[in-house]
Write a protein that binds this ligand. Structure first.
Ligand code: IFM
Length: 442
C-alpha cells in the first residue's frame, strides 16, 4: 500500500489562541473593539475554554492521536492592571498545560496572539517603546509559572498581521487614539522585534533548555503578468512589506521596511526554530487606484480552488515553496508549521486541503529540510477576529448557542494521519478521492 511516511517523533497537533477559544475575555483591546461594533460578531463565550471546556477538547485531540497542542496565554488575564498579577489565572494555565501533558499532548505556548490588555492599549500599546520592558516582565512571569510543563515558546504570533491589519487596513484595533499608516505599522513591528528579542533572552535565562521562536504569517507571492515590469515591482514591494520585517532583522539585525530600514541589532540570530503560518499564495498586480497598499493589488486568480468564503485559495505548492525559502534563508534551523488550515463549515474542501498540504510537507521533509511538526488551524471552530463567526476553521464544528461540538469528517482523516505518522493512498481514496492523482501520481 503506497504511503508517505514522516520521521519518527514528528509533532502532530492543532493550534488555538486565547481570545478565540476562551470566552469572556473582557479586559483586552479586542473585547473593546467588538463592543464598538467593528467586528461582524462578538467572541462572547467562544469555545468556553475558560469555563473548563478545554478539557473535553483536549480529550478529543488526544483521542484522535495528536501528540501536541499550541495554545496562547492571555496577557490581560495574567496582568489585569499594570500593578497586579493574577496568580489564579496563572494557575489555571498551569492546570491546562499539565492537562495537556497528562494526555500525551506536548504543550506549545504562544505569549502574544493579537490581544493586548486594556491598560496597555490605553497607553499606546506596541506603538510606544515602553512596551518592550512590560512585555518582558509578563513573559518572565508566565515562563516561571509554566516552565515545568512547557519547553516550546512562541513569543509573538504573526507580528506582520497584527501591525498591518491594525495600523494599515483598520481591521484590527490599534492603540487607543493612536495614529494609523504604514510608518506607524513599521514602528509597531520594530517594537515587536525588540519585544521578541527581550523575551527570547529572558526565556533562555530562566529556562536554558527552552526552544524559542515566533510565528510568521508568510505569504508567497507571484506577479500577475510576468511580462509587465510594474507587476513584478509591485510584487516585490508587497512581498517585502508583508513578509520581511521580522525575517530580515533576525538575519541581519536590520529590519527591512518599505518606509526605511531600522537597526535592531539585539534581534539578530534570536530564533531556535521558525514557526510558519501558511494559508495561501497571493497574485499581485499594479493597481493605480490602490494608493493605500502602495499601488499593489493582491488577489487570487478567478479559477482558484476557493474556500467557502473565498478567504483562501487552495495552493498546496505554496507551502513547499515557503519551507524551501525558510531552509534557504536559515539553513539548518528547525521549522514548525505552526498554522495551516481552511475555513469550511461544510468540510467540503478541508480533507483535500489537509492531504495536499501534508503531501507538500512530506516532499520538503524528503529533501531533508528540518520540518519537525505540523499544527492544523484549528481544533474547534473559534472566533475569527473581524470576521467573527462567519468563518469556521475547526476540525470540530461548534454551535455557539449550545456549545455542542460536531465531529467533521476531517477529524477522521487527520486522526488516521497522526496515528500512521503518514498519509496512505487508502486515506486519500476514502476522504478526498478527487485529489488522488495529484497526490499519488503528481
Ligand atoms: O484565526 C487566525 C489566527 O488567529 C492567526 N492566523 C490566521 C488564522 C486564520 O485566519
Amino acid at each position: 500500500m503506497p504511503a508517505y511516511h514522516f520521521p519518527k517523533g514528528f509533532l502532530w497537533g492543532t493550534a488555538t489562541a486565547s481570545h478565540q477559544v476562551e470566552g469572556n475575555n473582557t479586559n483586552n483591546n479586542w473585547h473593546r473593539w467588538e463592543q464598538e461594533g467593528h467586528t461582524l460578531h462578538k467572541a462572547g463565550l467562544a469555545a468556553d475554554w475558560w469555563g473548563g471546556r478545554w478539557r473535553e477538547d483536549m480529550d478529543r485531540a488526544a483521542e484522535t492521536h495528536q501528540n501536541t497542542h499550541r495554545f496562547s496565554i492571555e496577557w490581560s488575564r495574567i496582568q489585569p492592571t499594570p500593578d497586579r498579577w493574577d496568580e489564579d489565572a496563572l494557575d489555571r494555565y498551569r492546570v491546562m498545560a499539565r492537562g495537556m501533558t497528562e494526555r500525551g499532548l506536548m504543550p506549545m505556548v504562544t505569549l502574544h496572539h493579537f490581544t493586548d490588555p486594556l491598560w496597555l492599549y490605553e497607553k499606546c500599546g506596541w506603538d510606544d517603546v515602553s512596551v518592550v520592558g512590560l512585555f518582558e516582565k509578563y513573559v518572565r512571569k508566565v515562563v516561571e509559572a509554566l516552565r515545568e510543563y512547557v519547553t516550546y515558546w512562541i513569543t509573538i504570533n504573526e507580528p506582520n498581521i497584527y501591525a498591518l491589519s491594525g495600523y494599515v487596513a483598520g481591521d484590527f484595533p490599534t492603540c487607543a487614539g493612536g495614529d494609523r499608516g504604514l510608518n506607524v505599522a513599521m514602528r509597531v513591528m520594530a517594537n515587536m522585534l525588540r519585544g521578541h528579542a527581550a523575551a527570547y533572552k529572558a526565556i533562555h535565562e530562566i529556562q536554558p533548555e527552552a526552544r524559542v521562536g515566533y510565528a510568521l504569517h508568510y505569504r508567497p507571492m507571484v506577479a500577475a503578468r510576468p511580462w509587465f515590469p510594474l507587476d513584478a515591482i509591485m510584487r516585490n514591494i508587497q512581498y517585502n512589506g508583508i513578509n520581511m520585517a521580522f525575517p530580515s532583522a533576525i538575519s541581519t539585525g536590520v529590519m527591512k521596511s518599505p518606509v526605511g530600514n531600522v537597526s535592531i541589532p539585539e534581534a539578530k540570530g534570536l530564533q531556535d526554530y521558525l514557526g510558519l503560518n501558511y494559508y495561501s499564495v497571493d497574485t499581485v498586480k499594479f493597481d493605480l487606484s490602490n494608493a493605500k497598499e502602495l499601488f499593489g493589488k493582491r488577489y487570487y486568480p478567478e479559477n482558484s480552488d476557493f474556500s467557502t468564503t473565498k478567504f483562501i485559495a487552495n495552493i498546496p505548492e505554496g507551502l513547499f515553496d515557503s519551507i524551501k525559502w525558510i531552509n534557504k534563508t536559515y539553513p539548518g534551523t528547525p521549522i514548525l508549521i505552526t498554522e495551516n488550515g481552511v475555513e469550511d463549515d461544510q468540510d467540503a474542501m478541508r480533507p483535500r486541503y489537509l492531504a495536499q498540504h501534508l503531501h507538500q510537507v512530506w516532499r520538503a521533509v524528503n529533501f531533508n529540510w528540518p520540518v519537525k511538526g505540523y499544527y492544523h488551524w484549528s481544533l474547534v471552530d473559534n472566533f475569527e477576529w473581524e470576521r467573527g463567526w462567519s468563518q469556521r476553521f475547526g476540525l470540530w464544528g461548534l454551535d455557539i448557542d449550545t456549545q455542542a461540538r460536531t465531529r467533521r469528517k476531517s477529524v477522521d482523516l487527520y486522526s488516521d494521519i497522526c496515528e500512521e505518522n503518514g498519509i496512505s493512498d487508502e486515506m486519500v481514496k476514502k476522504y478526498c478521492p478527487e485529489v488522488y492523482e495529484k497526490i499519488f501520481h503528481p
